[in-house]
Design a protein. Structure first.
Length: 444
């Protein structure tokens, strides 16, 4: 998730051809434990698969053998989520080592081709624990934003550009346009594909199963919130972005034909508000389902210090955003998951003791909007709220993360407690649990 939003490579030609041709989403092998797409629906074991999920991007960090008590925390967190009705986790598979202060530490890739086996074993442990609970996992393999190194660090490695941290410069438009160079840098793409192969071909040290053969993986995801550039992305940037999605998804499916692939897109907010770009970028048959994200406060639709004055306008725009994306999914004949959404605690507080009145109301409205479309037979596959903070707590009065602190769901580029749902948030948990039950009762 971004902190604030302001509204070639080899294979690019083939990728663009796929965009033009279009095709049904990958159907997979029906009847087994893998999640597949059939008739515009996610399906598992012959039945519709409804995603009632959360974001637990830091799962591998909790699962790392060196973490000690963190592993015990991970087990407890997964037990709590399972009891809540959560069946899916969206997880960061790799982070790149960077000099930027607003990034997580340690990192999985410490230099091109050099990996931290401790964190990879942490991912193994997480996958094994998720499978034991019947959960599925979406693994994203890169990040447009700097909080895990991501595109910015690849460009730092291969173009020698300074690690531009927008938390420091506040130049978000510049940051986004600079990061878009990642799509057409051949060396960055080669290194990124090596990382993809390393994870896809990895054999889990806990279960002995290769990741390519693990049905607990719902999908591989290209990146967290990839964008064509800033809100003023050029036609050339848009073309490069769409070609990258097609080519990279095709590459992933060549490595692993059993799992679905998703892009990690925010939807229109991550497509320069260009609906045609969003459709074209996801038309390739190698993208199995669509994603969208919803951030009313980040997008200036809601002011937590003026909740009554901004509520109605925010909800009108939020419902419209959701419905438009479901309509786009219908156009492409693919399922869609709202895989990130959140709202501040009352008054914009980061304190775990602050009430969550507006958030609870927002969550309930979002859930019911999606349920109504799913009940009508539209291709709503489910949701992942952002994010699970669980038993974690901010370590400092200023609520900023430092290495060694608890992980609470909010990434290091944000105040800890900004959007996290904690284990003490009883009213929010009631809303989530009720929504998870209702979602699984939808038969269409």
């Amino acid at each position: 998730m971004e902190r604030r939003t302001v509204l070639q490579a080899a294979g690019a030609a083939a990728g663009l051809a796929a965009l033009v041709a279009g095709a049904p989403a990958f159907a997979g092998t029906p009847g087994d434990d893998f999640v597949t797409v059939q008739d515009g629906r996610l399906v598992r074991r012959g039945r519709p698969y409804r995603v009632a999920g959360t974001n637990l991007w830091y799962g591998a960090w909790l699962g790392a053998p060196s973490g000690g008590v963190r592993r015990r925390r991970l087990v407890a967190e997964l037990d709590r989520l399972q009891a809540l009705g959560i069946n899916n986790l969206r997880v960061l598979a790799v982070a790149e080592k960077t000099a930027m202060k607003s990034a997580v530490r340690p990192a999985t890739v410490t230099a091109p081709g050099v990996y931290d086996e401790d964190l990879l074993r942490g991912l193994d442990f997480l996958m094994a624990q998720a499978a034991r609970r019947g959960m599925t996992v979406v693994l994203y393999l890169n990040n447009f934003w700097q909080w895990s190194g991501g595109f910015t660090q690849y460009l730092n490695w291969f173009q020698g550009t300074p690690a531009h941290d927008p938390n420091v410069t506040k130049a978000y438009e510049r940051f986004m346009d600079e990061n878009a160079r990642f799509y057409t840098d051949a060396r960055a793409q080669e290194a990124y594909r090596e990382v993809i192969a390393r994870i896809v071909r990895r054999r889990n040290t806990v279960t002995g199963t290769s990741y390519a053969d693990d049905p607990a993986i719902l999908s591989w995801q290209l990146a967290n919130e990839p964008r064509p550039g800033s809100g003023k992305a050029t036609p050339a940037q848009k073309q490069a972005y769409a070609a990258w999605i097609a080519a990279t998804a095709k590459h992933l499916r060549a490595l692993d034909g059993r799992h679905l692939v998703s892009s990690g897109s925010e939807g229109l907010a991550g497509s320069a508000r260009d609906a045609q770009l969003f459709l074209d970028a996801h038309r390739t048959p190698d993208i199995g389902y669509l994603t969208c994200h919803l951030w009313p406060a980040n997008w200036g639709w809601f002011d937590p210090k003026r909740p009554d004055a901004t509520w109605n306008g925010m909800m009108d725009r939020s419902r419209d955003y959701l419905n438009v994306h479901v309509d786009h999914a219908k156009t492409l004949g693919k399922p869609i998951v709202l895989e990130e959404f959140g709202l501040n605690r009352d008054g914009g507080s980061f304190d775990v003791k602050a009430p969550t009145t507006a958030r609870d109301r927002f969550y309930d409205a979002v859930f019911r909007t999606l349920e109504a479309r799913a009940q009508a037979g539209d291709p709503v596959a489910g949701w992942n709220f952002w994010a699970w903070g669980g038993a974690g707590r901010a370590g400092h009065p200023d609520h900023w993360w430092r290495p060694g602190d608890d992980f609470v769901g909010d990434p290091p580029q944000e105040e800890q407690g900004l959007y996290a749902v904690f284990d003490a948030d009883a009213s929010t948990l009631d809303v989530i649990g009720a929504a998870a039950r209702r979602l699984q009762e939808i038969e269409r």
